[in-house]
Design a protein around this ligand. Structure first.
Ligand SMILES: [Zn+2]
Length: 463
């Protein structure tokens, strides 16, 4: 049992047949329990141990279920264009669908998208999302109310032809207004859509903002093979070396999405600089970008998290589905059925995802002193049966990775507060968010069509 001294009286206990704290060596605790006080975890152990410590606490018993750390979605985008931007490779998709959407997106649209996406995330067990999006004061309001934890990263474009994105001024104002708010659940980082969307001068300012506000930097890199040749043309080196030259690997915390096309020198550099990677298997397959070298990254010591990417490149934000896809894609890439084993996949979705965003001292595992970000996943379902909790065929981790889906999550707690129970949001109005997104989507598609009618070539191609 692990404990931390406590004095206050208001305590709650979560208990279930299995507890996966996701600490070192991946322990599986039978009849496990977690003692929570305020925002934090006070102790983890068996029911008997916790009962002896806190007989007066309020108990929540999830029975035949798995208690584990909340899932960490290390790369996503709020949005409501699901199913409307299909069948194109990534740079064409940006030019014809996505960047024209950014040209006509309003702050009101952006806020509606975040309410919808944060609701979807909580319903499927995601407690922390790294969200790269626009006009994010509205996203902050959504997170403040719904109760999720978020790393907000504006889509910044600071180069000729990209003046319709958020700016570094917007990013700085968002940091000043929202970083550390909602009891610390809201974090604001500096975001660049891509190094090709920013001048070298803007890159220097982005890094300076990270230093000034002691925050992280997030961008997309090495997603499509075409980026490699473009970096050679522009910088005479690989994209990761180009990021280094631009100073973009200097901030204390840097997270790169995708990292599909990497050479050995780039993998070594990511490890040396302690750069986090957000792996996006569905998106990388759907946009025909490729398969990332996850096994080599992990072997090199790089912190690899998993991200769904946005609703338009996935098309859902279900991390339990995403971890299955991550496992399958790695096995296929390596032609090795043992590649990216279930424990490593679960670690990517929890503690390694936390390490990738530099928050592993606060979240990602269930340990005394950490934030109480905890989910319960039902095991009384056909797709979790048989549920063999010990012995040579113990299948809890395999069933979670390859069997469970987001709808099986029956409780989501963030910072000690239960915010979803039995697939119901406790602080939100899901029908309203869906209705608003329906209307906003139709109006946005009309505005985008009008813009495209005048600009047949689409937005500026980065390549
Ligand atoms: Zn993305």
């Amino acid at each position: 049992m692990q404990t931390q001294a406590t004095t206050a009286s208001e305590q709650q206990v979560l208990t279930a047949d299995i507890l996966l704290p996701m600490t070192a060596d991946n322990p599986v605790i039978q009849q496990g329990a977690v003692l929570v006080q305020g925002q934090k975890i006070i102790a983890t152990g068996t029911r008997e141990e916790i009962m002896a410590m806190a007989p007066e606490a309020v108990w929540h018993d999830y029975g035949r279920a798995v208690l584990m750390p909340g899932l960490i979605n290390t790369h996503s985008h709020s949005g409501f264009l699901r199913g409307t931007a299909e069948d194109l490779p990534v740079w064409e998709w940006l030019r014809l669908y996505i960047d024209p959407m950014h040209r006509v997106l309003t702050a009101e649209d952006a806020e509606i998208a975040s309410w919808l996406c944060y609701a979807e995330s909580l319903l499927s067990g995601t407690t922390t999302s790294v969200d790269m999006w626009r006009h994010m004061a509205g996203s902050a309001r959504a997170a403040e109310t719904l109760g999720n934890r978020v790393v907000m990263v504006p889509y910044v474009g600071e180069a000729e032809g990209y003046d319709y994105f958020d700016t570094l001024d917007d990013n700085e104002a968002l940091i000043q207004q929202w970083h550390g708010k909602a009891d610390g659940r809201i974090n604001v980082w500096v975001g660049l859509e891509h190094m090709y969307y920013a001048t070298p001068q803007a890159c220097r300012r982005a890094v300076a903002l990270c230093t000034r506000y002691n925050t992280g930097l997030h961008t997309h890199s090495n997603e499509a093979e075409a980026e490699i040749g473009e970096a050679m043309k522009r910088f005479g080196c690989s994209p990761i070396r180009a990021l280094e030259r631009l100073g973009l690997l200097e901030p204390a915390r840097v997270l790169l999405a995708h990292c599909v096309w990497l050479d050995e020198d780039e993998i070594a550099l990511l490890a040396e600089k302690n750069i986090g990677v957000a792996h996006n298997p569905s998106s990388n397959m759907k946009l025909a970008s490729g398969s990332a070298p996850i096994e080599q990254l992990i072997a090199a010591g790089v912190a690899v998290g998993i991200g769904t990417d946005g609703e338009k490149e996935n098309n859902n934000l279900d991390m339990l589905e995403e971890i299955k896809i991550a496992s399958l894609l790695a096995k296929l890439r390596c032609m090795d059925a043992a590649a990216y084993g279930a424990w490593n996949v679960l670690r990517s979705a929890t503690i390694e995802g936390a390490r990738a965003i530099g928050m592993d001292d606060q979240i990602g595992s269930l340990q005394p002193g950490k934030q109480a970000d905890i989910i319960a996943v039902r095991a009384d379902t056909p797709r979790m049966t048989p549920f063999l909790t010990e012995g040579p065929f113990m299948n809890v981790h395999h069933n979670l990775v390859h069997g469970a889906l987001g709808g099986d999550v029956c409780m989501t707690m963030v910072a000690g507060r239960i915010v979803m129970q039995n697939q119901q949001l406790l602080n939100g109005d899901l029908p309203r968010y869906m209705n608003e997104a329906e209307h906003a989507c139709r109006a946005l598609l009309e505005r985008r069509a009008a813009w495209l009618a005048e600009h047949e070539e689409g937005a500026l191609s980065p390549l």
